[in-house]
Structures are given as structure tokens and as C-alpha cells.
Design a protein around this ligand. Sequence first.
Ligand code: 13P
Length: 244
Amino acid sequence: MRRKLIAGNWKMNGLLADGVALAAGVAELAKPRSHKCDILICPPYTLLIETVRAVTGSSVAVGGQDCHAKVSGAHTGDVSAQMLTDLGCRYVILGHSERRADHGESDALIKAKAQSALAANLTPIVCVGETESQRDSGKTLEIVAGQLKGSLPDGGTAEKVVIAYEPVWAIGTGRTPTLDEVQEVHAMIRRESGLGQGLRILYGGSMKPSNAKELLALPDVDGGLIGGASLKVEDFWAIATACP
Ligand code: 13P
């Protein structure tokens, strides 16, 4: 039985006071440990250390939104996987479509980053997903399978790797694929990854309190990667408690 993971990707949002209040609010709700899922928040780098402090003593985990493939060196502006572990992070999001688009990240680079995450004892959340034109031309499965093949780390296991399926056209738009479409891609990811029944595959893209329950009930959806709705404690918590 796979335990679901509900992960908040705050993206480039939050100043110190708001970020700490949001993290503390989630930690407070998670305290009774009555929820049925693992909970993760991924704030921007500037809030990581205060977020780790704010959730200490709760069951909430903290993760980064990216890391460099190298351990250290002359890479101005970058942060290594080891630096994230050092702060108390347990996960790192890699290959988000916004990084693939804004920073030209390739599958090979994402794979190298995922390897560095594993070496630093972080769980990489490797993101894949098609654009709207790729879906319209019937290429979704082929595109996602290709991204998967190119960006999964060598030596990854179902326990140490998480995959997130995020259709680019569903991010921040309020639109989602149909439930059948989501399940079809997730089942393919499980098959093609070769990582088996223990692998957790998250869905991301306009997941919100009103649609979380049906998405999280799909057989191969093992959680959510939530953007906009993770910025409000009540919405994020409503999604977490929608886990069956
Ligand atoms: P939204 O939930 O805002 O659509 O963002 C999804 C996402 O990109 C999470 O990584």
C-alpha cells in the first residue's frame, strides 16, 4: 500500500513573515497526525531555513524546488543538493516545466541533478508533462515516456524517487485532464519507469479542494504537487484531507 504524498510547491512566492506563517499553519494542522498522507512543503530558498524551524516537531517535511548537479564549486547563484540536506530538507523538486522552460533544462541535466539528490540523501521529485500542442497532436504518452527515460536517475528505487506528472497546460489554468486521461498517463509512468508498485506518482496542475478527492482516488495517483492552492493553509489542508 503506497502512502500518499501531498506536496506544496510555493514557486517564487512568499516573503519571510507570510512564509513562516503559512508553514506554521500547516504544521499546526498536521500536529494531531490524523491525516492519512505524508505532507511536504517546498518554499523558495530564502524561506527554507525558517520553514524548517517552523515545522520542527511536526510530521511536515521540507524540500527545495531545484538543486545543482554538482556538490560545490564555482556556480554563482546555485545551491547544491548537499546544502539542502544540510538545512534539513528531505526532498527536492527537479525538472519542473517552469525550469525546463525558463532555464532550458534538458532531461540529461535533470537526470544529473537527480543523481546528485540521491547522493545527498534527498528524494528527487522528477517532473514530467506534455504541452497543450503535444496533447492535441496525440503525443502525450510518447513525450512523457521520453522525458521519463531521459531524466530518471540511475540506481533509483521506488522508495527513493517520486515522479510528478504535470501537464504544462493544466498548471495555473484551472483546467485538468479527464480522470481517465490522468490515470492513463500515471499507469504508463509506472510501467515505463520499471520502479514497480511501490513508486509514488503525484499529479500536478490545478489540483484544488474541489477536484482533489476524485483525482486522489485514481488507482495510480499517489498524491499531488500543488502550486496555487498550497499558498492558502485551508486549501492545502483541504487537499491533504481529501486523501482516501
Ligand atoms: P498549480 O497548482 O498552480 O496549477 O501549479 C501546479 C504546479 O506547477 C506544481 O508544481
